[in-house]
Write a protein that binds this ligand. Structure first.
Ligand code: GLN
Length: 462
């Protein structure tokens, strides 16, 4: 798209359409994810499946890992066969079906089948919807970073609303109570709401995509030089140039740091949740804050802080020396995440790191940690998506987004395992170790940044 013909800071309507679709999908994902552990572990007579905690944790860790591994396949299918648009739409159907199956599920086996549908659906959806955002802009278009920030805000609006809507349906509206005691939960209705969220996204796509997206994300549009009429024709095997290979190697090398980041960050759903449940004083003015509510903090802060950071980065880019280079930003992100974990070390020290649940740490440690984690995320995640969209050669753009997300999958798995490490080594050691590793990785990335910048140079036509 020619950036001289559009206003400097405005974004095309099609971009907002894509961001809205992504909001519905994330609503669906996080609505379901927030209830999954509870559904698996709650006794059968109370509306759950009565699976033991250990097995449930393994299912959860593997599920969240494969959810982010599958995008590699989805990116491949889009780049080689179907194009991004068709692929993510098929993904939305898989996700909707998965959610409905989960609503109907009555056994562990059916849950596995549902989760496999959601994993495949996410694989077809996530890399392609993410990559298509970048297709609205030329690589040197300054609006690209901003677009990814706004896209990220939409992600988090969905993520913020999901636990509130699906959680309320499950734990209030469809819960049966006897006096003040809950006799059974309506988790399945939470899954149904998640499915309806995705369904709305699919219907919106069917209604408006041809008008708002035009050719964008079609198979042939990804290969402008080969506008073949026969859309089933295979992608021409244009070899990557030397420059393109350098850029691909930069993305792949950076995924190492991305794994470390998410391995720390995603502990929000594992070790930090368990820690909050047992060891944080959640009593605020006489009200016991439910542990699950802490899951909305990150998404809420993303919505609030996202636009501020987008503005900051635009301001910085107007300096004579320009914006902070992306790898350096990501290094800062890791360091800030590490500082968040340093606050959790503070919490562990305040408690004397005992396993006595009667000894609690101040809630401010946790709130501070989540705030720093979110600021770290702003320096790494939307910025990273934008970077991949700029650097990836067009013919493998979605695959490269898949590679980026694949790293997130590893991170999720390590984060899931961390809950078990806390059990064996104690919170102080684990939080201390995570602080050390993430800050060291961040400093290393800042040091290596000039090398990455050399690999990442874009040629004029891209
Ligand atoms: N919260 C963001 C999303 O859902 C990033 C998650 C991640 O990459 N781990 O897209």
């Amino acid at each position: 798209m020619d950036n001289t013909t559009v206003k400097k800071n405005s974004h095309p309507l099609g971009f907002y359409f894509i961001a809205t679709l992504q909001m519905f999908e994330r609503f669906s994902y996080y609505g379901m994810r927030g209830l999954l552990m509870l559904y698996l572990t709650t006794e059968a007579i109370k509306g759950g499946l009565g699976i033991d905690k250990g097995t449930a944790a393994t299912i959860y860790a593997n599920f969240t890992m494969f959810v982010y591994f599958a995008p590699l396949l989805g990116g491949y299918i889009a780049d080689k066969f179907l194009g991004k648009k068709k692929t993510f739409f098929i993904g939305s159907i898989f996700i909707t079906l998965g959610m409905i199956l989960l609503f109907l599920s009555a056994s562990k086996f059916m849950v596995y089948v549902s989760l496999i549908f959601i994993i495949f659906g996410n694989g077809l959806w996530k890399p392609n919807i993410t990559s298509i955002v970048g297709d609205f802009y030329g690589n040197n278009d300054p609006r690209k970073d901003g677009a990814y920030s706004i896209f990220y805000t939409f992600i988090n609006i969905g993520a913020f609303l999901a636990p509130l809507v699906c959680g309320t349906l499950a734990e209030k509206t469809f819960a049966v109570t006897k006096g003040s005691e809950v006799v059974s939960y309506g988790y399945k209705f939470g899954f149904l709401a998640a499915g309806i969220g995705m369904l709305i996204g699919s219907v919106l796509y069917m209604l408006f995509s041809s008008k708002l997206l035009g050719d964008l994300g079609n198979y042939d549009a990804a290969n402008p030089k080969k506008q073949a009429k026969n859309s089933s024709a295979k992608v021409e095997k244009k070899p990557l140039t030397k420059e393109e290979k350098k850029r691909v190697s930069a993305i792949v090398a950076l995924t190492f740091f991305v794994i470390i980041f998410w391995a720390g960050f995603e502990q929000a759903g594992s070790s930090l949740t368990l820690y909050t449940n047992d060891y944080i004083n959640r009593n605020v003015g006489g009200f016991e804050v439910p542990t699950s509510w802490f899951q909305s903090i990150n998404a809420f802060l993303c919505v609030v802080l996202g636009p501020l950071f987008a503005l900051l980065f635009v301001k910085l880019s107007k300096r004579p020396k320009g914006d902070i280079p992306t790898p350096t930003k990501m290094g800062y992100g890791l360091i800030i995440l590490g500082l968040g974990f340093a606050l959790m070390v503070g919490a562990a020290l305040e408690r004397g790191d005992t396993t006595n649940v009667a000894v609690k740490a101040n809630i401010l440690w946790l709130l501070g940690a989540y705030t720093l984690h979110t600021v770290g995320e702003m320096f790494l995640s939307p910025v990273g998506l934008s970077m991949v969209s700029k650097l990836a050669p067009k013919q493998i753009a979605a695959i490269m987004m898949g590679v980026w997300l694949f790293a997130t999958g590893f991170g999720n798995y390590i984060a899931g395992m961390s809950a078990a490490f806390v059990e064996t080594w104690g919170a102080l050691s684990v939080f201390g170790l995570v602080t050390g590793i993430t800050i060291s990785a961040g400093v290393l990335l800042c040091i290596l940044s000039p090398i990455f910048q050399k690999l990442m140079v874009l040629d004029e036509e891209s």
